[in-house]
Design a protein around this ligand. Structure first.
Ligand code: SIN
Length: 300
């Protein structure tokens, strides 16, 4: 496993964005990029710096950006072409944007993303990454947590490594994940409209269980606690305890980073080398973030 990077780095970028500093948030995943004002525009030097920061840290956050939807889409396009996703109803006037919303009156219910997962791994070409733009967030609670699947793979016990190295995994989106998905009451809350019976989600897709991240060269586990049903060539029943053991390891606090949002913050993450989890501890408070996703070559 690569040793942790130096915690602070200052780099001169273009005249638009001036100096910026990168501060690691944990040993394995997440960094805060301080200095850029993305609303002023993203020139090629800044785009390069953003891609480089994401390649190294797998999740980056830029505080207080207050990005408009157009600004968020410009940031998204730095990393790849925008995706339109099945299953979740996007904004009426913008099919590339999902409102991740929980209203104050929605209590004792699940939240969107409230289980460890990567986004839409049941697609043939799942999002390479996602951008989340905090519009309205609770004063306390509603944090998002990421877990480095590169760190998880690097320290995976040998018996489990032998399985993931030699078996692809089956991912399926229907019915909202798999039979091991959380019970209905713990699934997405009412503000997010999920469609059913989508042919892009309701079928089995095979992905490698271990992928190589083209940006960093890191090998990472690519298994999804919501959408992975089994290993190729191993039955559901035999796969289940193996998957559970892997997830227990893959979501260890040692590999994770917890982000406490402030309005205006924007985070970008690598959807192939991390899992993430939306905490659900803010009943009675409204939380709204806009999410966009971008694509790249399929996971390999
Ligand atoms: C998601 O899973 O994309 C949503 C994360 C969050 O709301 O914190």
């Amino acid at each position: 496993m690569d040793p942790p990077q130096a915690s602070t780095r200052t780099t001169k970028s273009s005249s638009i964005n001036h100096m910026f500093e990168i501060k690691k948030l944990t040993g394995f995943v997440g960094a805060e990029m301080r200095g850029p004002n993305l609303a002023k525009g993203i020139d090629e030097a800044m785009a390069h710096a953003l891609r480089e920061a994401l390649a190294v840290h797998h999740m980056i956050v830029l505080r207080g950006q207050q990005l408009s939807l157009d600004g968020q889409k410009s940031l998204n396009s730095v990393f790849g072409p925008a995706m339109r996703l099945p299953y979740v109803k996007p904004l009426d006037d913008d099919p590339e944007v999902i409102a991740v919303l929980k209203e104050a009156h929605e209590v004792n219910t699940g939240v969107f993303g409230g289980e460890w997962h990567s986004d839409f791994s049941f697609l043939e070409n799942p999002p390479a990454g996602s951008v989340l733009n905090a519009i309205e967030v609770p004063e306390v609670g509603g944090d998002t947590v990421w877990s480095s699947q590169a760190a998880a793979y690097a320290s995976l016990p040998r018996n489990l490594k032998a399985i993931v190295d030699h078996h692809k995994a089956v991912h399926v989106g229907a019915p909202y994940g798999v039979k091991h998905a959380p019970p209905k009451e713990d699934q997405a809350n009412g503000s997010i409209q999920m469609s059913r019976g989508d042919p892009n989600a309701d079928r089995e897709i095979l992905h490698p269980s271990v992928i190589t991240d083209p940006a960093s060269g890191a090998k990472a586990l690519f298994l999804n606690p919501i959408y992975t049903t089994r290993f190729d060539g191993i039955s559901d029943n035999e796969s289940r305890p193996i998957l559970d053991a892997i997830y227990k390891h893959a979501t260890r606090p040692d590999f994770s980073c917890r982000l406490r949002w402030q309005p205006g913050d924007v985070a970008v993450w690598n959807n192939r080398t991390t899992l993430h989890y939306a905490t659900n501890d803010y009943d009675g408070t409204r939380r709204l973030l806009y999410r966009t996703t971008y694509s790249a070559a399929p996971p390999a």
